[in-house]
Design a protein around this ligand. Structure first.
Ligand SMILES: Cc1ncc(C[n+]2csc(CCOP(=O)(O)OP(=O)(O)O)c2C)c(N)n1
Ligand SMILES: [Mg+2]
Length: 334
């Protein structure tokens, strides 16, 4: 039985959750600014509004647990431990980025912290996480694989294959669906007759849990149980986190014609960071001045990271062909 309760978190643990959410928010605001200034080659999908999900899930993960992400993955990368400057330099295409500037927003990798990639393809994180769970099981390790994906991703074939196999083989995997109500501009209710993503878990014989994805403590609690069960050999869990993206699907895209301004305002009023701040004050876990200082501090970290990225060099053109071909031992590519 999983005993830890979110209400039993220490003050340090509570503040760490807020700090991570602020870091994600401020880094994303730097991304928005850089995109508008023409500093970002390629597309970017921001995570603003969804910070509680990555934060609540990743708070349970160790460095050697493997996270697989999506096209909207900056928050997952930061919550798993990628340094903000490595993220911002990468999305700006700079040599100091996590992939030397060759990947960009949708190819962020940092194996050293167990972050195995954002992806422009919707769905494969589900299969990759199942694969990581299979590897952990074969190695008799208590590592877990975690897949983040959207409501749109849950309608991809990968979802059904991945969940079925993970359940059949009782793999240590947590499937985290961030249901933000839309796949680009298609409402969830128009893409499926399922009432929820979580209810589909029953079809494959694994637990399906629904949670308020804007409530970091609710996510923390549910994810804690799922990670604990995975580590203990009790198999996978599907966690559906209800949340909302505040900005357009991707930067530069229109954001009208498929959702109302009232709906956006309604969700803005449920901002995961402001909600948690209010809760911390209610609980007496911190003073307003302490929380303000934390906000300023994370803003400075994000600003410094963006500055570092801006001042970093472009990759050397002489290395343009690096990493394109494998060089098996004994084969002369000269
Ligand atoms: C396999 C695949 N199909 C379609 C697309 C085009 N596409 C990019 S993002 C997206 C919507 C994804 O929606 P969701 O999974 O709900 O994630 P969200 O953008 O809401 O975070 C689609 C269909 C793609 N990139 N890959
Ligand atoms: Mg979606």
């Amino acid at each position: 039985m999983y005993m830890e309760r979110a209400s039993e978190l220490t003050r340090e643990q509570l503040l760490a959750l807020l700090r991570t959410m602020w870091l994600i928010r401020h880094c994303e605001e730097q991304v928005v600014r850089s995109y508008a200034r023409g500093e970002l080659p390629g597309g970017v999908h921001t995570y603003i509004g969804q910070e509680a999900t990555a934060t609540g899930v990743c708070a349970h993960l160790r460095r050697d647990d493997a996270v697989f992400s999506t096209h909207r993955g900056h928050g997952h990368a930061l919550a798993k431990g990628m340094k903000p400057e490595r993220l911002l330099a990468e999305v700006m295409g700079k040599a100091t980025g996590c992939c030397g500037g060759r990947g960009g927003s949708m190819h962020l990798f940092e194996p050293e912290v167990g972050f195995y990639g954002t992806s422009g393809i919707v769905g494969p994180s589900i299969l990759l996480a199942a694969g990581a769970g299979y590897a952990a099981k074969l190695q008799n390790s208590d590592r877990v694989g975690v897949a983040f994906f959207g409501d749109g991703g849950s309608n991809n074939g990968a979802f059904h294959e991945g969940l079925n196999m993970a359940a059949a083989w009782q793999l240590p995997v947590v499937f985290v669906c961030e249901n933000n109500l839309y796949a680009t501009e298609v409402p969830f209710a128009k893409a499926t007759r399922s009432k929820s993503v979580a209810e589909r878990a029953a079809g494959y014989g694994l637990p399906g849990v629904e949670v308020d994805g804007n409530d970091v403590l609710a996510v923390y609690q549910a994810a804690g149980e799922a990670v604990h069960n995975a580590r203990a050999g009790k198999g996978p869990t599907l966690l559906e986190c209800h949340t909302y993206r505040i900005r357009a699907h991707s930067e530069g895209m229109r954001d009208t014609g498929y959702r109302s301004q009232e709906e956006i305002e309604e969700w803005k009023a449920r901002d995961p960071i402001q909600g948690f701040k209010a809760r911390l004050l209610d609980m007496g876990a911190a003073t307003p001045a302490e929380l303000d200082a934390m906000e300023v501090e994370s803003q400075k970290i994000a600003e410094d990271a963006a500055k570092f990225a801006r001042q970093s060099p472009w990759p050397d053109p002489a290395t343009v062909a690096d990493h394109l071909f494998s060089r098996p031992l004994g084969v002369n590519h000269a």
